[in-house]
Design a protein. Structure first.
Lengths: 383, 86
């Protein structure tokens, strides 16, 4: 198989299986390959950027335990992990059990075969053999403070509390960040031997203790590839930016239009411009409908680090579109201009080839979309 | 003994509905199944040795409560997967 640099793929994980879309075919210019794992809940489908052909899928069904599937040929053949992520067995059977593998992060180019995974309930796991065998990683899963901050299933998101947004510093694999919903954002500078909450400047729901990580709910945290010291965060309580080594998050979402607000789930960053990021705001009023404010969906983008935001809705429905976009269901590629894509819980996949200015729907009638990822150009993902 | 495999797990047994497994209690039978069909046990039993929420095991017309349930003399084990939800 040969791909030209212009060919792109989108990896779509849904509540009922996974799909891969390849540019260059189909009525909308995208050929749909799938379903893979029909009927399985696929929380995340990721390509290994180090080899451009290994895919990992975080899977479970509604009735069976969680697992990870792995393909070394771009999705033609799949093999189940021989040891999926699982917590250590506890005396008396009272320990926690992984309900779903939720987030997958490939290691650095200097760490071939390494992956990290976040689970629900909150757990952090590592594979050193390309996703075949997994072990608990770092102190997080069993540390007394972290267990308390994780709360219980009563405290988490509706389909279970999650560990997500696992970020490896491209300059230093010992510098790690992860986030928990709920439980806050945490950083390690020693490869996971210790973690420290990074909460300064973040807000929590009124009436709760802002100093307690338990009450913090980061929805999505991203590190800028062009400036690894800069982090952006979409939180339950606003949009933030942090410039390390500074410790205090700035609520840049204050600059969003008040009628839209600054709450949502996903956030993506520009591959080369650390002043540029995009979010997909949702209605967080009253009982949290989590739908596009006013039924008018839009991406909002900033090009000045959050000083100002621009509404980007060209081609999107102008009314009566009550969409929800989950935290992993929005992605940016490395192209120039940057392409953006998002998937809705109503099963539509949208694409912009011009950094959000204009949008078109490239797939509809899919199951509830959980995650969207671009596969790097020139990789081996193809049917 | 013969073990009835529910449809959701037959990808592990090459679509066989009935397979053979041995053991004196449920845990031993599931271990034997996992030796023959790697990965199948973890889909039914979590890492704390608890039978997963939507899995039920029956022998001799009785539901088995845990992995220590004795199966000596049992000829058939039924693994049932509750199907529900949208």
């Amino acid at each position: 198989m040969t791909q030209t640099p212009s060919e792109r793929s989108l990896l779509v994980a849904t509540r009922k299986g996974a799909w891969m879309l390849r540019e260059g075919g189909g009525g909308d210019g995208w050929a749909v390959d799938g379903p893979h794992f029909l009927g399985h809940v696929i929380s995340h489908l990721m390509l290994d950027p180090r080899d451009g052909r290994t895919l990992l899928a975080a899977a479970r069904t509604g009735h069976l335990g969680p697992t990870v599937f792995r393909s070394e040929d771009g999705g033609r053949h799949w093999q189940e992990a021989s040891r999926p992520p699982a917590f250590a067995a506890a005396e008396g059977g009272e320990g926690r059990a992984v309900d779903q593998v939720f987030w997958l992060t490939p290691g650095l180019a200097s760490e071939p075969g390494r992956w990290l995974a976040g689970t629900s309930p909150q757990g952090l796991f590592e594979s050193l053999d390309g996703g075949d065998t997994w072990s608990p990683f770092s102190i997080v899963n069993d540390d007394t403070d972290y267990r308390r901050w994780m709360g219980t299933v009563q405290d988490g998101t509706p389909d279970g509390p999650k560990l997500h947004s696992i970020l490896i510093d491209p300059r230093d694999p010992a510098h790690l960040i992860f986030a928990m919903s709920g439980g806050g954002v945490h950083e390690s500078t020693d490869g996971g031997a210790h973690f420290t909450p990074m909460l300064d400047g973040l807000e929590v729901v009124e009436g709760f203790d802002v100093a307690d990580p338990t009450f913090h709910d980061p929805h999505c945290v991203r590190r800028c590839p062009s400036n690894p010291d800069r982090l952006y965060q979409q939180n339950h309580c606003g949009i933030y930016r942090l410039d390390q080594p500074g410790r205090r998050w700035q609520r840049i979402g204050r600059a969003m239009p008040s009628e839209v607000g600054d709450v949502g789930f996903p956030l993506v960053v520009h591959p080369r411009d650390d002043n540029c990021a995009w979010v997909f705001p949702m209605d967080a009023s009253s009982v949290w409908p989590s739908t596009s404010p006013g039924g008018r969906p839009a991406v909002y983008g900033t090009r000045d680090g959050g000083e100002s935001w621009q509404r980007l809705d060209g081609g999107l429905p102008a009314s009566q579109a009550w969409w929800t976009v989950k935290r992993q269901a929005m992605a940016a590629d490395a192209g120039d201009p940057v392409a953006l894509s998002f998937g809705t819980t109503s099963g539509e996949l949208w694409l912009s080839d011009d950094e959000g200015a204009h949008w078109r729907c490239i797939a509809r009638h899919l199951p509830e979309i959980y995650a969207v990822e671009f596969a790097s150009t020139g990789t081996g993902v193809a049917a | 003994m013969k073990v009835l495999i529910p449809s959701a797990l037959r990808s592990y047994t090459e679509q066989q509905v009935w397979v053979e497994a041995a053991g004196d209690c449920l845990g031993e039978v599931l271990d034997d199944l996992d030796r023959q069909y790697p990965g199948i046990r973890f889909r039914m039993v979590d890492e704390q040795s608890r039978i997963r929420r939507h899995i039920r095991m029956f022998a001799g017309g009785e539901q088995l409560a845990g992995l220590d349930a004795p199966l000596t003399g049992t000829t058939e084990l039924l693994v049932v997967q509750a199907l529900s939800g949208g």
